[in-house]
Design a protein around this ligand. Structure first.
Ligand code: NAD
Length: 294
C-alpha cells in the first residue's frame, strides 16, 4: 500500500521504518530537511509538501507535536486538504486536543476525506519495536478497514469511540502517568528525608498495590539521578494543557492535574523542560532540600 507520512520526529521516524518493513511504499514530508533525509535513507520517498503527499497517497498519517501543527498541516496553505483526493483517509496519530480532532475532521469531511484520531503511548522504544498502544477515535468501519495498518506500528490497537475519543483516552493516560510520577516523587522524597533508603522502599512496595508500570520505569531514574528523556516535561505540559482545557469544557474538574501542571511549570521555569518527566523528583528536591538519589 502507498502511505503518506508527515512529521518525522522522535516518533515518526521509527514508525515510518516499521511501515517500510511491512512492505508499504511510504511518501514522507517534514519541515526539517534532515528528518526527511533520514527517512529517505530508510527507503521512504520525499515529497515537496504536505499537499504533495496527499496528491500521491490515499492514506495519509500525521505525527506532529500539537493541535496548531495538525491544523496547519491539514487545513493550512499547501496542506493535506489542498492535495487530497475524495475518498482519502487521514489518520492523525499526534497527541492533540479532542476538540481539535473534531474540528480537523469536519474540515476533512467537507472535502470528502475521512479521518481517524489515533494517538499513541509507549514512547520512542515502543515506536521502534512497533509495540505502541494505539487509541483510536472515528467511524468504526473506517477503524476496521485500517486496523491491520495500525497493527504494523502498535502492539495494542483499541477502538475508543467517535472522532476525538482517541485523544480523550490519551489525555486520561497522561493524567494518570503525571499524577503517578508526582506521587512517586513525593513518597520517595519522604523516605529519603526521614532516613529510610528509597531504594529499599522501592523494593518493598513495588510488588504491592502501590506498584505500577510508572513506578518501575521512573523510580529507578529518580534513584540514579538520570533525567535523560524519555518523555519530556515540555511535552507533558502540552498534554496537561489539553487535559485542563478539555476538563473545563466539559465541567470535569481536574485538581490533581492542575497541581502537577504547576510543578511541571516550575521545572520548565528552572530550565528543565527538556528533561524526562521523572524530573518531577527535582521539584520535590527544590521544595524539600533533599534529593531522592544521586
Ligand atoms: P517531535 O517534535 O520529535 O516531532 C514532530 C515532527 O513534526 C518534527 O520533525 C517537526 O519538524 C514536524 N513538524 C512540525 N510542524 C510541521 C509542519 N508544519 N509540517 C511538517 N512537519 C512538521 O515530536 P515526537 O516526540 O515525535 O511526538 C509527536 C507526537 O507524538 C506528539 O503529539 C507527542 O505528544 C506524541 N507522543 C510522543 C511520545 C514520545 O515519547 N516522544 C510518546 C507518545 C506520544
Amino acid at each position: 500500500m502507498k502511505i503518506g507520512f508527515i512529521g518525522l520526529g522522535i516518533m515518526g521516524k521509527p514508525m515510518v521504518r516499521n511501515l517500510l518493513k511491512a512492505g508499504h511504499e511510504v511518501i514522507v514530508y517534514d519541515i526539517i530537511p534532515a528528518n526527511v533525509e533520514d527517512a529517505v535513507k530508510s527507503g521512504a520517498v520525499a515529497a515537496a509538501s504536505a499537499k504533495n503527499v496527499a496528491e500521491q497517497c490515499k492514506t495519509i498519517i500525521t505525527m506532529l507535536p500539537n493541535s496548531p501543527h495538525v491544523k496547519t498541516v491539514v487545513m493550512g496553505e499547501g496542506g493535506v486538504l489542498e492535495g487530497a483526493q475524495e475518498g482519502s483517509t487521514l489518520i492523525d496519530m499526534s497527541s492533540i486536543a479532542p476538540a481539535a480532532s473534531q474540528e480537523v475532521s469536519k474540515a476533512c469531511a467537507a472535502k470528502g476525506v475521512k479521518m481517524l484520531d489515533a494517538p499513541v503511548s509507549g514512547g520512542e522504544p515502543k515506536a521502534i519495536d512497533g509495540t505502541m498502544s494505539v487509541m483510536v477515535g472515528g467511524d468504526k468501519a473506517l477503524f476496521d478497514k485500517n486496523y491491520d495498518l495500525l497493527k504494523t506500528m502498535g502492539g495494542s490497537v483499541v477502538y475508543c469511540g467517535p472522532i476525538g475519543a482517541g485523544n480523550t483516552t490519551k489525555l486520561a493516560n497522561q493524567i494518570v502517568v503525571a499524577c503517578n510520577i508526582a506521587a512517586c516523587a513525593e513518597a520517595f522524597t519522604l523516605a529519603r528525608k526521614s532516613g529510610v533508603d528509597p531504594a529499599v522502599v522501592f523494593q518493598a512496595i513495588r510488588g504491592g498495590l502501590a506498584g505500577s508500570t510508572v513506578m518501575d520505569a521512573k523510580v529507578p531514574m529518580m534513584l540514579d539521578g538520570n533525567f535523560k528523556p524519555g518523555f519530556k516535561i515540555d511535552l507533558h505540559i502540552k498534554d496537561l494543557n489539553n487535559a485542563l482545557e478539555t476538563g473545563h469544557t466539559f465541567g470535569s474538574p481536574l485538581p490533581l492535574t492542575a497541581e502537577v501542571m504547576e510543578m511541571m511549570q516550575t521545572l520548565h521555569a528552572d530550565g528543565r523542560g527538556q528533561e524526562d518527566h521523572s524530573s518531577l523528583a527535582n521539584y520535590y528536591a527544590k521544595v524539600s532540600g533533599t534529593k531522592i538519589g544521586k
